[in-house]
Design a protein around this ligand. Structure first.
Ligand code: HEC
Length: 256
């Protein structure tokens, strides 16, 4: 039944593309019910078609969608699509609405440039990115269940974390480093410096594993300085586009 429903969606998306091609001026008339209902897959297709259209009603409809975005009335699953289309558009009203949406975001938050990827991803597409992206190479370092590598932590139950935690892990891996995977250097009050992997840190003790395999436990009262942990996970913001990131986040959330 679900397969049938998604087939119908694909047929409707194709129909909208054909209408756009054959009679661009009629697109919005056919599209209005989907836009009003904010039907996600169909509206995505429409936003994409409208982004590059110079046709009068398409431009107006895109303005309407970006205005909804700016006033917080757009389905969050459509946020990234609307933002990407508005970025491409040369319509000055669209640009104004986009600017007011951007201003409404928390500029102090390092994750805010990626905020649109938190909702609306397709987990099946995300699985493909995880398993096959040549740029991202997730499976080079991670495993899900039995498959993959042990360089990074297993992601078998990573979906129990919040979407924000997952996004941060992907675009700012140094911010929170999974225990046992961060590289750091400790300098004691005696002037000794030791570098290794941070295994644990409590109020009283810091435990490092040295490259030799030896474990050293430091009394925190004896530590003069410790460098911030470094993650060996590459930041993904530059390695994939926001649509891939959105799908990947949706996939990671299914791992429970
Ligand atoms: C070069 C190796 C490497 C690659 C490639 C890599 N990672 Fe990582 N990843 C790590 C390491 C090491 C850590 C642990 C340190 C940290 O938390 O930053 C980590 C941490 C994570 C975490 C947080 C895990 C936790 O338990 O907190 C997530 C989620 C994650 N990676 C997902 C991915 C995804 C998805 C990809 C592909 C897009 C990827 N990683 C590619 C090495 C890698």
């Amino acid at each position: 039944m679900e397969a049938l429903a998604s087939k119908h969606v694909a047929v409707r998306q194709q129909a909208l593309r054909s209408i756009h091609q054959a009679m661009p001026a009629a697109l919005v008339k056919y599209a209005q019910p989907f836009i009003e209902a904010q039907a996600v897959p169909e509206t995505r297709t429409l936003i994409d078609l409208m982004a590059n259209s110079t046709e009068y009603y398409s431009r107006r409809a895109l303005r309407g969608i970006v205005l909804k975005l700016a006033s917080g009335q757009l389905d969050p699953a459509l946020t990234l699509d609307a933002v990407a289309a508005a970025e491409q558009s040369s319509d000055h009203r669209v640009k104004e609405f986009l600017a007011s949406y951007q201003e409404s975001k928390d500029s102090e938050d390092p994750l805010s440039p990626f905020q649109e990827t938190l909702q609306g991803g397709d987990p099946a597409q995300g699985k493909i990115v995880f398993e096959t992206s040549v740029a991202a190479q997730c499976t080079l370092c991670h495993r899900v269940s039995q498959q993959g590598s042990e360089v990074g932590p297993a992601l078998t139950t990573i979906g129990e974390k919040t979407p924000r935690y997952l996004l941060e892990s992907l675009v700012a891996p140094g911010a929170v480093v999974a225990p046992g995977y961060g590289f750091t250097a400790v300098t004691t009050h005696d002037g000794e410096t030791v570098a290794g992997t941070l295994m644990a840190e409590t109020a009283d003790h810091t435990t490092l594993q040295l490259p030799t395999g030896e474990t050293r436990v430091f009394d925190r009262a004896h530590i003069a300085a410790r460098t911030p942990e470094m993650s060996s996970m590459p930041p993904m913001g530059a390695l994939m586009d926001r649509f891939e990131l959105r799908d990947l986040l949706a996939y990671l959330q299914t791992l429970k």
